[in-house]
Design a protein around this ligand. Structure first.
Ligand code: HEM
Length: 413
């Protein structure tokens, strides 16, 4: 591995790193494209690392691991701007503080806790399928993919069904504020106003849960505010600001990602009838299919860090304070890691994909996401086994998270 001795260490107090303004980044990406991302990613993977202005993009599994597993050099601190008034916890926190947060949060999203949501999640996905199954067609994105993960979030947080519109409004105000015609400033203003609303919303619900605890994540969060201090100096008590920030991050990290994954997966299955029929014939393939489609589609195609010191990655120098983009879409097609990476095989024995990231910031919600995706695939194919793209409709993908904005599906009734 090309690695030079660090030079030009950065004074982090005056760190010049540019924040990533996600909203205006999204708006700047422009129109949807029908070109699949995989051929470009295969070419990038062969290329290793690529200089993009002052930043570098790494495209192989080895380089991705090198960046993601070295948070002391490749930092997430204070990186993303989502209109937030509080630091984004745990997304923009580096070790050692991150370790304390993850120690508290990981058990709340562990497989056992998520398993207990099986019945609730199954009911919720069927609720949405009920609304269109007899029609023989749907806008999959609008009628299922955008609503179902938000509704699961309600269940997880112990919020009632009638809060769905509020949650969707808050999500859109943070992640898709305003319209394309608006200026960056106008969009950012909507995002900032929504962030304040989100903070006030969770602040009020945490008060309610403190007064009247239930069996939900928000009640567990509220209890953390009053947990005893850890005698060994570990972090066991969280402030209200920290808790509100965590809720904020869950809202922005946990909703769109599942929406996007669902649209990519169903777009793939609608266009690949052999794969679809295999799932219908043998639902035991579903867990493997979820992993393989996460690898193949990589709905969160990139994660970003900034480097605290000058580094050489794959032969490309990136100086202190600049961004390192980890192209996990390309790393997930790396032949050094995957046999026949361009084959979509639901029965891979080993599938160490990076769709949930890697290293210390690996996705907190991966067990929940997997369960949502598996249940959605299982229930849909049980009820609507034979479907395809609506005639005349062409699939297009929108960056920077990979998703299909208007997936139109049709089936016989
Ligand atoms: C298929 C769906 C999902 C995908 C593909 C996905 C992907 C990712 C990725 C790639 C990261 C790493 C970010 C980084 O390294 O900078 C991440 C982090 C995170 N995800 Fe997910 N995610 C999904 C679903 C969820 C869900 C359902 C939740 C919560 C309910 C969630 C909560 C989080 C949080 C809190 C983090 C930040 C963890 C940290 O910084 O320590 N995600 N996710």
């Amino acid at each position: 591995m090309d690695r030079e001795e660090p030079t030009g260490d950065l004074d982090t107090a005056t760190c010049p790193v540019a924040k990533l303004d996600f909203v205006n980044l999204v708006a700047g990406f422009g129109e949807a494209s029908s070109a699949p991302s995989q051929p470009a990613n295969i070419a990038l993977c062969e290329h290793g690392a690529l200089a993009i202005g002052d930043a570098v993009m790494v495209n192989t599994r080895a380089l991705a691991d090198e960046v993601l597993r070295n948070p002391a050099v490749f930092s997430s601190e204070d990186l993303v701007e989502q209109g937030n008034t509080l630091p984004l916890i745990p997304l923009n926190v580096d070790p050692p503080n991150l370790v304390g947060y993850r120690k508290l949060l990981d058990p709340l999203f562990a497989p056992k806790r998520v398993e207990a949501l099986e019945g609730d999640i199954t009911e919720r996905v069927n609720h949405f399928i009920d609304t269109f199954v007899d029609r023989g067609s749907c806008d999959f994105t609008a009628e299922l993919a955008e609503l179902f993960p938000s509704s699961v979030f309600l269940g997880l947080m112990g919020l009632p069904w009638d809060e769905l519109d509020t949650l969707v409004e808050m999500r859109d105000g943070l992640l898709r504020p305003g319209t394309k015609e608006m200026t960056n400033e106008e969009r950012s203003a909507i995002q900032r106003a929504t962030a304040l609303r989100v903070n006030a919303y969770f602040d009020a619900v945490l008060d309610e849960r403190l007064a009247d605890p239930r069996d939900d994540i928000l009640s567990l969060f509220a209890a953390l505010e009053h947990a005893p201090e850890d005698a060994e100096g570990g972090q066991r008590r969280l402030t209200r600001d920290e808790l509100v920030s965590i809720c904020f991050v869950l809202l922005t990290a946990g909703l769109d990602t599942v929406t996007d994954s669902l649209t990519c997966m169903f777009a793939f299955l609608a266009q690949n009838p052999d794969h679809r029929r295999a799932l219908v014939a043998d639902p035991h393939l579903i867990p493997g299919a979820v992993e393989e489609l996460l690898r193949w589609e990589t709905p969160v195609p990139q994660v970003v860090r900034w480097t605290r010191q000058t580094e050489v990655l794959g032969g490309v120098t990136v100086t202190a304070g600049n961004h390192v983009m980890v192209n996990i879409g390309a790393a997930n097609l790396d032949p050094a890691e995957f046999d026949e990476p361009t084959e979509v095989r639901f029965d891979r024995d080993v599938n160490r994909h990076l769709a949930f990231g890697g290293g210390v910031h690996r996705c907190l919600g991966s067990h929940l996401a997997r369960r949502e995706l598996r249940i959605a695939l299982r229930e849909w194919h049980r009820r609507i086994p034979d479907y395809g793209l609506t005639p005349g409709y062409e699939v297009t993908y929108l960056p920077p998270l990979r998703y299909v904005p208007d997936l139109q599906l049709t089936w016989p009734t």
